[in-house]
Write a protein that binds this ligand. Structure first.
Ligand code: FAD
Length: 420
């Protein structure tokens, strides 16, 4: 892969992209397609590609490439486009600050600190996993409690097994995938425990990673104690009530040496906070317009840093849009400003983007709060879309054509998901 040398960097780039995962790479390709000149893609890791390198399972690219790829295959396809487009890639470099006039501070172990002025910035820093501290599991603090993504890195990239008898807390996709992965490596996966009454991962992962391997999924159940001095020796699990109160009379012990946590991802928004971007309290990512521009002029954002996606294909779609918009920004072709604000209504946790313009087609990504079957997604009385089912773990995405929005005359469009 090409890696720009920090010491050969220009002091000014048309577009600087922070984070070279699938979001950053697609944004770079999108910006180039719109005629942006000098584009710099930066990542703190030694390779561009983001989380995809450790995801060696299939399931990537069905929507985008029409074939089922592994994570590394998907990353390689985008990386090739980045290389073919002559985009500068700078790895092993951390973007640790950004100013409102788009000066980025970069830090590298080998080259020290550099300042780069950007015409436009794209934030694509992805997300990190929630850890034990986020949910305060009671018990001792032994070794052997780790996040599912870290375990995935150990197994798939470093050839290390995290343990021999594993309990998984949380039914997010990474935990489900690791349940299967560890089983294939001869580890005993004793069960997946989920505090909610429904699973938090994609249905296809429940079937392919748990059911196919006879791994039990315990809904409305959580870990109430972790035991062990140096190393995990066991956990206690208990069913919970509707208000998530553990029923200790029905608790049971499980002997294990490892606890994997798959309890959600948090968008990496330290840089966004440095420039005081307006953040959505639900997604915790930046509030964005229909061109993925944040509340700071010329600063765009895309991918998991904005909201957590379940499929990388939609990350690429959204990020291509952000990159194109950044390209338009630096080449002076800005589209008309948005004139409609989206308001999440009944059973809608959030919508991205947060605003729309009546003159263009939009893809709206949203998540629901609770599962529902045979329902309708209702857009402010101008569009009703019937859907078979909705599920908090599965992002809903709906295309809205400009002719639909022509019939809307307010400035706030409420989105509801209602029973048919
Ligand atoms: C374990 C796992 C399994 C998955 N399985 C599937 C699947 O089967 N199918 C599917 O379609 N999707 C899957 N996904 C989802 C998909 O991989 C993600 O949606 C996608 O990787 C998000 O892309 P991103 O670029 O936003 O974030 P990331 O891939 O996380 O990339 C962000 C990049 O930004 C860099 N970065 C962050 N902060 C800085 C900084 N300050 N300076 C420099 N660099 C920085 C990071 O090093 C990283 O390389 C899976 C995800 C995970 C974690």
């Amino acid at each position: 892969m090409i890696t720009a040398e920090l010491r050969h960097l220009e002091p000014r780039y048309d577009i600087v992209i922070s984070g070279a995962g699938p979001a950053g790479m697609a944004a770079a390709v999108g910006a180039r397609a719109r005629g942006a000149g000098k584009i710099l893609l930066i990542d703190r890791e030694r390779e561009a590609g983001g989380i995809l390198w450790q995801c060696i399972h299939h399931g990537f690219g069905l929507h985008h490439f029409g074939e089922e790829l592994t994570g590394p295959e998907y990353a390689q396809r985008y990386l090739q486009q980045v290389i073919d487009d002559g985009i500068d890639v700078l790895t092993d470099t951390y973007v640790y600050d950004i100013s409102p006039d788009r000066v980025l501070k970069l830090m590298s172990g080998s080259h020290g600190i550099r300042l780069i002025q950007a015409g436009a910035v794209v934030l694509a820093m992805g997300a990190r996993e929630r850890t034990r501290g986020a949910i305060r599991i009671p018990g001792e603090r032994p070794a052997g409690v780790l996040t599912a993504g870290l375990a995935q890195k150990f197994v798939n990239m470093m050839g290390l097994l995290p343990g021999r008898r594993v309990v998984i807390l949380g039914s997010g996709d990474i935990g489900l995938i690791m349940a299967r992965r560890l089983t294939l490596e001869g580890v005993e996966v004793l069960g997946v425990f989920e505090i909610m009454p429904h699973a938090n991962g994609l249905n296809r992962n429940i079937v392919q990673c748990l059911h196919d391997y006879d791994i039990p999924l315990h809904l409305s159940t959580t870990i109430v104690d972790i035991r062990g001095h140096d190393r995990v020796q066991g956990v206690t699990v208990a069913p919970v009530s509707e208000t998530f109160k553990p029923d200790m009379s029905r608790a049971w012990d499980i002997a294990c040496d490892t606890v994997l946590l798959s309890i959600g991802l948090i968008p990496e928004n330290e840089l966004s906070r440095r420039i005081d971007l307006r953040l959505d309290p639900v997604t915790t990512g930046p509030i964005v317009t229909s061109t993925m521009e944040t509340s700071a002029n010329g600063v765009f954002a895309c991918g998991n840093v904005v909201h957590i996606h379940d499929l990388v294909d939609f990350v690429s779609q959204e990020s291509m849009l952000a990159g194109r918009a950044a390209g338009d920004y630096v080449t002076g072709r800005r589209p008309p400003a948005d004139n409609i604000r989206l308001l999440p209504g009944d059973n809608v946790a959030y919508c991205v983007p947060h605003t729309l313009s009546t003159d263009r087609e939009h893809v709206i990504y949203m998540r629901v709060r609770k599962p529902m079957e045979k329902c309708t997604v209702r857009f402010g009385g101008v569009l009703d879309k019937k859907v078979r089912y909705v599920f908090p773990a599965e992002m809903v995405n709906i295309t809205v054509k400009p002719k639909v929005l022509e019939n809307f005359h307010g400035d706030t469009l409420r989105v509801d998901v209602v029973q048919r």
